[in-house]
Design a protein around this ligand. Structure first.
Ligand code: FBP
Length: 550
């Protein structure tokens, strides 16, 4: 395979690691833990993996370990650094005992169920060190949650002599990793399960997990692109750029990108919900800034929109819930011929508030909500191009204001959606180091016989040699939540905390950013070589959360 000069250089990059992992490791076990909430329920569901101690690694004496055979799974959406978790894991288990073996299950959790795997040898691992993507073994979104799937896993693990599985995934995949760990203890089949925190969305974080891997690189890529657009906007001075950013429900990516690039506007879904805002309120808020800038002759700007916005607008949430109930296998609705008839039918069935929210939507979006349902009959919110919808609604509002003589500017808009551009980027030094450390950490937890743990690295705003690695019992991060009508144990998803330092910093500066153009920040591309303050910076979110930026 031909490699670019950067690929060649990155192949020999040696990730930085915490001091404790550079030599012999000693395990330091803390007190028994409990879940963040619903302790009785979680304890009853996880009798063997509940209450385990937190583990940190210190420097220790040389020890002999038996070889371990490990199976690794990449689960869910790609995130920069996944290959380094696998490289760290490989190097770790080989260091522990050179006879250890690493198997990769192909295409995500389904690889374990369907017995699709490869042995990951040194040659393969070396090809993928410090590269983006999950292509070494592929990923998938099959959920590992049924006992027959777990049993199928036992069959292949026995066949390959695998004594531990590492699941690299987000909150749901790690919840399932813990269910699997508990099941395997109960079956006494001798298979340990360890999780690793992955997702560009940044929503797998809590008191123990400072950040998920991939968030840093993805945001730096989007930050660069937004900065470039801002330079263009400031040069041409003729477009408003509406930029929707991936991130599923939470607005962490939008917030981090705002902190990096200082756009004129950034919507934070969690704030929209907290303030019970309607879609019209959001439109009015944006229009207010556009009009104020137009008064200064500035008919351009940038607006960041989080992917999950629609679901956080309370009136839209209610409308979507009503549509889901109404449209799922509704024979009367399905028998109607024209879109207009369907629209009238839907309007007639909605509550007055939802009817108003439905009326306020541009026709194309209303049509999409009615007709583009998933196979279960649910409205597909993620398909809605919020940035185009807002442009349409804002243009209409500005035209009204112009007719009333209240707006004298020109409104011309461009729309963008950034997501896939960052998910497989070459990992930043931070993600390269963090992921490699996570992989090494997982190898030690396995060698020490631990199960039901997530690999954990903390003090991430310090230089890497001062990071602290260890393990956190997955049950510690769980609570009970209603999912598909049933109460289930799940890892709490972290939304943007409106009382947290990152949001507060943004809120304290957004007015200046709305008004001014000289406040744009141009983060530029990720740098891999050069001074540490340019190459090794963690996210703004982490810096603010750790009091390293004010
Ligand atoms: P996970 O890491 O949680 O799997 O999701 C990451 C993500 O990029 C989300 O931001 C986005 O909504 C989703 O995946 C899109 O997934 P897909 O490409 O499978 O549609």
């Amino acid at each position: 395979m031909k490699k670019s000069p950067l690929q060649q250089a990155r192949a020999s990059y040696q990730p930085k690691m915490p001091r404790a992992l550079q030599g012999n490791v000693r395990l330091i076990e803390g007190n028994a833990t409990q879940s963040v909430a619903d302790q009785q329920d979680i304890k009853a569901l996880f009798p063997n993996t509940y209450g385990l101690p937190l583990i940190t690694f210190g420097e220790g004496e040389a020890r002999k370990y038996n070889p371990v055979n490990v199976g690794v799974i990449l689960s869910g959406g790609q995130a920069p650094g996944g290959h380094n978790v696998i490289a760290g894991l490989y190097d770790g288990i080989k260091h522990i005992n050179p006879d250890s073996k690493l198997y990769g299950f192909l295409g995500g959790p389904s690889g374990l169920i369907d017995h699709k795997y490869i042995e990951l040898t040194k040659d393969i691992i070396d090809e993928y060190r410090n590269t983006g993507g999950f292509d070494i073994i592929g990923s998938g979104r099959t959920k590992l949650e049924q006992p027959d799937q777990f049993d199928s896993g036992i069959v292949i693990c026995k066949q390959l002599g695998i004594n531990a599985i590492v699941i690299i995934g987000g909150d749901d995949s790690n919840t399932n990793a813990c269910v699997l760990a508990e099941y395997y203890i109960q079956k006494q089949c001798g298979i340990q399960v360890i999780g690793c925190p992955k997702t560009i969305d940044g929503d797998l974080k809590n008191a123990q997990i400072e950040t998920s891997f991939g968030f840093d690189t993805a945001c730096k890529v989007y930050g660069e692109l937004i900065g470039n657009i801002q330079r263009d906007a400031n040069s041409a001075k003729k477009y408003w750029h509406f930029i929707r950013l991936m991130g599923r429900s939470a607005s962490h990516i939008a917030l981090e990108c705002a902190l990096l690039s200082q756009p004129n506007i950034c919507i934070i879904s969690e704030e929209v919900e907290a303030n019970n805002m309607t879609l019209n309120d959001i439109v009015d808020q944006i229009v207010h800034v556009i009009v104020a800038r137009a008064d200064k002759g500035l008919n351009f700007g940038t607006i960041l929109i989080p992917e999950g916005l629609i679901e956080f607008i309370p009136a839209m949430k209610r409308l979507i819930a009503e549509l889901n109930d109404l449209l799922a296998s509704n024979t009367e609705f399905n028998a109607l011929d024209t879109d207009d008839e369907k629209r009238q039918f839907v309007k007639g069935m909605l509550t007055p508030e939802s009817r108003q929210a439905f009326r306020d939507l541009p026709k194309g979006i209303a049509r999409q909500l009615m007709l583009d349902c998933d196979p279960h009959g649910n409205v597909q919110v993620s398909l809605i191009e919020t940035e185009r919808m807002l442009i349409e609604m804002i243009a209409k509002k500005l035209a009204q204001l112009k007719a009333e003589g209240l707006y004298k500017g020109k409104f011309s808009a461009q729309h963008h959606f950034f997501g896939y551009e960052g998910r497989c980027a070459t990992p930043s030094n931070f993600d390269s180091d963090y992921c490699y450390t996570l992989g090494q950490t997982a190898s030690i937890l396995i060698a020490e016989g631990k199960t039901g743990y997530m690999a954990q690295v903390s003090r991430l705003t310090e230089p890497a040699d001062q990071w602290i690695a260890g393990g956190v019992p997955i049950t510690m991060m769980m609570n009970m939540e209603r999912r598909n009508g049933k109460m289930k144990p799940v890892i709490q998803k972290a939304l943007v905390d409106l009382n947290g330092a990152p949001f507060k910093y943004f809120a304290a500066h957004r007015e200046e950013w709305a008004d001014e153009t000289c406040d744009y920040m141009y983060p530029g591309p990720i740098q891999y070589y050069g001074p540490s303050e340019v190459c090794d910076q963690p996210t703004q979110t982490l810096l603010l959360e750790h009091g390293k930026k004010h």
